[in-house]
Design a binder for this molecule. Structure first.
Ligand SMILES: NC(=O)c1ccc[n+]([C@@H]2O[C@H](COP(=O)([O-])OP(=O)(O)OC[C@H]3O[C@@H](n4cnc5c(N)ncnc54)[C@H](O)[C@@H]3O)[C@@H](O)[C@H]2O)c1
Length: 270
C-alpha cells in the first residue's frame, strides 16, 4: 500500500486519452485551472489540429504544463513510449492523480444488413472494442508498471446510455461500453492495494464531434432536450466539473461505479 499523503501533498498530474476535444478537452482545461499539469493523447490530422492547439493554449493560459502526444492510443508501442516519457517528466515518488479514458473511435454500422459490405465486420468490431474498451486496461497496467498510480489516483472512463440500451448503428460501440464498465469494476477491485479508484462516467447527450457522427443524432438531441429536467443538453464542462469533484480525496470511497452526469436525463420517461 502506498504511503498515504495529505490532500494538499497529492501530486497534480493528469493523463487524458482523447484530450483534444469534447469531454477530454474540457477536463484538461478544467483540471489545469485546478493546478494540474496535463499529459494528453489525441488523434488529429491537419484539419482538426487547431482543436488540440486551442486546448493546449488554454492549459498554458492557466499557468500549467501541457504535453500532448498525437498518436493512436490503441498502438502498443506508442503507449509504452508515451508512458515512459511521462515517467521521465514526473519526479520519482509522484504519479498521475487523474487518468481519464475519453476516446471516440468506433464503427457505426448495423449488425443486420442485406449487403455484407455495409454490415459490421470482424475488423470493425475488433477495432472499436480495442480503442474504446480494451485500451483502458492496457493503459492502466502500463501506468501501474511505471509506478505512476498511487494513493488517491482516479481512473475515469466515459461510458454512455448505449451500454444498456439499443441505439441504431451503435452495436459495436454499445458492446465497447458494456466492456468498459466491466473493466472499470475489475480495476476498482484490483487497484485496492494502490489506493486508487476507478469509475465510469455516464454523460448525458452532449453536442461534440463524436455525437455528430452518429446517424440519427438530431433525434437523440431532440429526445434529450425533451427529457432532461434542465431542458438543455449536457456540456463537456458539466462533465469536467464532475471529474474535478470526484478527484477530490473526499471521493475516495466512490469506487467501481457507473456515475451518471446528466442532470437526471435518463431517469425521466421519454
Ligand atoms: N458526446 C456524447 O453525447 C457522449 C455521451 C456519453 C459518452 N460519450 C463518450 O465520451 C467519449 C468521448 O467522446 P466525445 O463526445 O468527447 O468525442 P470527441 O470526438 O469530442 O473527442 C474524442 C477524442 O478522442 C480522440 N481520439 C479518437 N480516437 C483516438 C485514438 N485512436 N487514439 C487517440 N485519441 C483518439 C480524438 O482526437 C478526440 O480528442 C467517447 O467514449 C464517447 O462514447 C459521449
Amino acid at each position: 500500500m502506498n504511503k498515504q499523503k495529505n490532500a494538499a501533498d497529492l501530486p497534480r498530474y493528469a493523463l487524458i486519452l482523447g484530450s483534444s476535444s469534447g469531454f477530454g478537452g474540457a477536463a484538461a482545461v478544467r483540471l489545469a485551472k485546478e493546478g494540474y499539469d496535463i499529459f494528453g493523447v489525441h488523434l488529429d490530422r491537419r484539419a482538426t489540429m487547431p482543436m488540440a492547439e486551442e486546448v493546449i493554449g488554454k492549459i498554458e493560459a492557466a499557468g500549467q504544463k501541457a504535453v500532448f502526444y498525437n498518436a493512436n492510443a490503441a498502438d502498443e508501442e506508442k503507449r509504452k513510449e508515451i508512458v515512459a516519457d511521462i515517467r521521465r517528466q514526473i519526479p520519482p515518488g509522484d504519479y498521475i492523480r487523474v487518468f481519464m479514458h475519453s476516446l471516440a473511435f468506433g464503427t457505426l454500422k448495423p449488425v443486420i444488413e442485406k449487403d455484407p459490405a455495409n454490415a459490421l465486420n470482424k475488423a470493425n468490431v475488433e477495432m472499436t472494442l480495442d480503442v474504446m474498451a480494451h485500451s483502458l486496461i492496457y493503459w492502466v497496467q502500463e501506468l501501474y508498471w511505471n509506478d505512476l498510480l498511487g494513493h488517491g489516483s482516479r481512473v475515469f472512463a466515459m461510458t454512455s446510455h448505449g451500454s444498456t440500451n439499443v441505439v441504431p448503428m451503435y452495436g459495436a460501440v454499445s458492446a465497447a461500453k458494456a466492456a468498459l464498465e466491466s473493466y472499470i469494476r475489475q480495476l476498482a477491485m484490483e487497484l485496492r492495494d494502490v489506493g486508487a479508484t476507478a469509475n465510469a462516467i455516464k454523460a448525458g447527450v452532449t453536442d461534440t464531434p463524436a455525437l455528430r457522427k452518429i446517424p440519427g443524432h438530431e433525434r437523440m438531441i431532440r429526445t434529450a432536450l425533451g427529457r432532461n429536467p434542465a431542458g438543455r443538453l449536457t456540456t463537456p464542462e458539466d462533465v469536467a466539473n464532475a471529474i474535478v469533484a470526484l478527484s477530490s480525496i473526499n471521493a475516495q470511497w466512490i469506487n467501481g461505479d457507473v456515475i451518471s452526469v446528466d442532470y437526471g436525463e435518463n431517469i425521466v420517461d421519454g
